[in-house]
Design a protein around this ligand. Structure first.
Ligand SMILES: Nc1ncnc2c1ncn2[C@@H]1O[C@H](COP(=O)(O)OP(=O)(O)OP(=O)(O)O)[C@@H](O)[C@H]1O
Ligand SMILES: [Mg+2]
Length: 214
């Protein structure tokens, strides 16, 4: 493997990698990144289920929980680019990952509620017995501070890749599902989402492996 061309991994191999990493430590942090609607959240849930089936206590902690509040975005005129890197509390996310690595007690994580379009604090419990934390989001492998603080806190970092046309179709369908018109959904998917996708794609080479999903 050379820099910029991570190896391909199947879901089963990813579960094996979690198990192998747990032989060396009591808790493993695995990150899933990829472009908008690549299937990160879906794959995180699937991996968590597979890990639980192997007897591993597993929790998913999404980066999306660190969306800035809508009121804050509106006050700054950032509503139209919600989802861009500067519309997240990236330093807060890094701090949470650090706590998940080192803190002996329960750590509470926020989650993003898509129907409210807002993050909710204290929604996900990560108890001291949790062995696998799967964190997932767009910007886990971005260059430059504060995002570059994420990678050193992950034991494993995987890039989720779906065929681009399928990914865009799913993105448009999801925007419509949450109340946008067809043309608003398309504009969003091909505008701000596509700019974000380009940023994420540029971080692909920092992943330890790529998981292709359909
Ligand atoms: N294997 C699949 N088969 C069918 N639909 C899928 C599959 N994987 C994901 N989807 C659908 O595609 C959409 C995007 O998936 P998902 O939410 O997992 O992506 P994501 O990478 O987490 O997106 P985001 O970056 O916006 O958080 C969702 O509507 C999901 O239901
Ligand atoms: Mg998601």
């Amino acid at each position: 493997m050379t820099a910029g061309t991570p190896a391909l991994l199947t879901v089963d191999e990813a579960v094996d990698a979690l198990r192998a990493a747990l032989r060396r430590r009591t808790r493993v942090l695995a990150g899933l990144t990829g472009a908008p609607a690549a299937g990160k959240s879906t794959l995180a849930a699937r991996l968590a289920e597979a890990a639980e089936a192997c007897g591993l206590r597993t929790v998913v902690v999404p980066m999306d929980g660190f969306h800035l509040a809508q009121e804050v975005l509106d006050a700054r005129g950032w509503g139209s680019v919600k989802g861009a890197p500067h519309t997240f509390d990236a330093a807060g996310y890094v701090a949470l990952l650090r706590r998940l690595r080192g803190e002996p007690g329960t750590v509470w994580a926020p989650e993003f509620d898509r129907s409210l379009e807002q993050a909710i604090a204290g929604a996900i419990e990560v108890g001291p017995q949790v062995q696998v934390v799967i964190t997932e989001g767009n910007y886990l492998l971005l260059d430059g501070p504060p995002w570059d603080g994420v990678r050193p806190l992950l034991d494993l970092a995987w890039y989720v890749e779906a065929p681009d046309e399928l990914r865009r179709q799913r993105l448009i369908a999801r925007h419509e599902h949450y109340g946008r018109s067809r043309s608003e959904a398309t504009d969003r998917a091909l505008g701000t989402d596509e700019r974000n996708a380009a940023l994420v794609r540029a971080s692909r080479g920092r992943a330890s492996a790529v998981i292709r999903v359909e």
